[in-house]
Write a protein that binds this ligand. Structure first.
Ligand code: AMP
Ligand code: AMP
Length: 361
């Protein structure tokens, strides 16, 4: 609450003709910077020492602030500098991954494009499930205790970590054996395991639709679709089954990249309705609901059931498959629309119509 008041106070003091768009240098930063530049904003990258090579090769950041650790974003001096530059921060996956969620909601006083309150819902798997259920989406079955496992399940851990450390099992014995193995390998801690979420494994293919909820236009746009390229899951099929058995492999879901897809047009009505319903529900749980990008993580089964197992209420790295334009943005905008640009355009429109405080928290 203190942060919210402070942010609104800050944004009111901003020089609206000289807004800077900033983010952490990773994840979807290039996407964000390119869009900001195209819409005429100044850009700033908070970059880990050693990674500046990226933002020099792709010179889209007008200023690079070097840090040893992304947590330094919370440093009062850096926050002061950002506010002096009339900065709006664009949160992405590295915010949750490298800065404690509490610190983002309680110690970061720079205006953030998006709804900070929903960050809590995003990083907490139980709350997410409530949100998805409340929106009427199909979700996997959940098991509250390892002893209840009676089918193939995926065991997950709190926070965005791109599938690292997940494992599959079909019994409580498997749960404890594999869990121990993962702890030994250093993928997990005992605490992670205790707080894990056990979810029915849905047989089907990954489909990740990306949306943009415009507060200003009161509209939810369907942006692009991708699937993930995961180092183990996408490679295991290349090893013959007899060798797999001998290797007693434990597939994980570490993300390496994303692949663009288009989906059957007959699936579009449902995907579009799902986006609208998730937005409608978000208004109830944290008014005014989602501000800007969000993504649903779904599995589509052979019966064309769409089961949603996760949601991200911010730009996702899958948005990078749409840099320069996706088939779906082409249908609406013609050439050249992508998430980084759409975000910047929303900010521009908010400046024009004097509604910046509606899109930052
Ligand atoms: P990074 O800055 O690359 O370490 O990413 C920050 C967080 O986002 C990590 O938890 C990653 O696992 C996750 N992440 C990064 N890239 C992707 C991607 N392409 N798809 C999904 N998650 C990702
Ligand atoms: P997540 O970190 O939740 O995005 O999940 C990482 C990966 O695990 C996904 O890309 C899927 O390949 C897989 N996955 C997660 N949950 C399920 C599920 N309930 N059923 C099938 N696959 C899943």
């Amino acid at each position: 609450m203190v942060v919210k008041k402070e942010v609104i106070k800050t944004i009111k003091t901003y020089d609206r003709d000289n807004i800077t768009i900033a983010t952490l240098g990773s994840h979807s930063a290039l996407n964000i910077f390119k869009g900001a530049k195209e819409e005429g904003f100044r850009t700033l990258c908070i970059c880990k020492k050693g990674d500046e090579i990226v933002y020099k090769k792709f010179p889209l950041a007008d200023e690079i602030v070097l840090v040893n650790d992304f947590k330094e974003l919370l440093n009062p001096k850096i926050q002061e500098k950002l506010r002096a530059l009339n900065t709006i921060l664009i949160p992405h996956g590295s915010f949750n991954a490298y800065i404690a969620r509490r610190d983002i909601t309680e110690k970061l006083f720079v205006p953030l494009f998006g709804n900070r309150e929903l960050l809590e819902w995003e990083t907490n798997r139980e709350k997410q499930r409530e949100w998805l259920k409340g929106a009427g989406l199909k979700i996997p079955a959940y098991f509250s205790s390892p002893e209840d496992i009676n089918k193939l399940v995926v065991v997950k851990f709190q926070g965005a970590r791109g599938g690292r450390g997940y494992f599959l099992t079909q019994s409580s014995i498997g749960f404890y054996r594999k869990g121990k193995e993962m702890v030994k390998k250093g993928y997990l801690t005992e605490k992670d395991l205790r707080n894990s979420q056990i979810q029915e494994y849905i047989m089907g293919v990954n489909v990740y639709p990306l949306y943009f909820r415009s507060i200003l236009k009161n509209e939810t746009e369907f942006f692009s679709v991708d699937k993930r390229y995961e180092s183990f899951a996408d490679n295991i099929g290349r090893i013959p089954a007899d060798e797999q058995i001998l290797l007693t492999l434990n597939p994980t879901y570490t993300i390496v990249g994303n692949i663009p897809i288009t989906i059957r047009e007959s699936l579009l009505p449902e995907f579009i309705r799902m986006g609208d319903n998730v937005v409608a529900r978000s208004e109830k749980i944290a008014n005014p609901g989602i501000i800007g990008p969000f993504c649903l993580e779904t599995v589509v089964t052979e019966n064309l059931d769409i089961v949603t197992f996760e949601l991200s209420a911010r730009i996702v790295a899958g948005a990078n498959v749409g840099i320069g334009g996706s088939p779906y943005t082409y249908l609406k905008y013609g050439e050249g629309m992508y998430m980084g640009k759409r975000i910047a355009r929303e900010i521009k429109e908010a400046i024009r119509s004097n509604r910046l405080e509606k899109i930052v928290t």
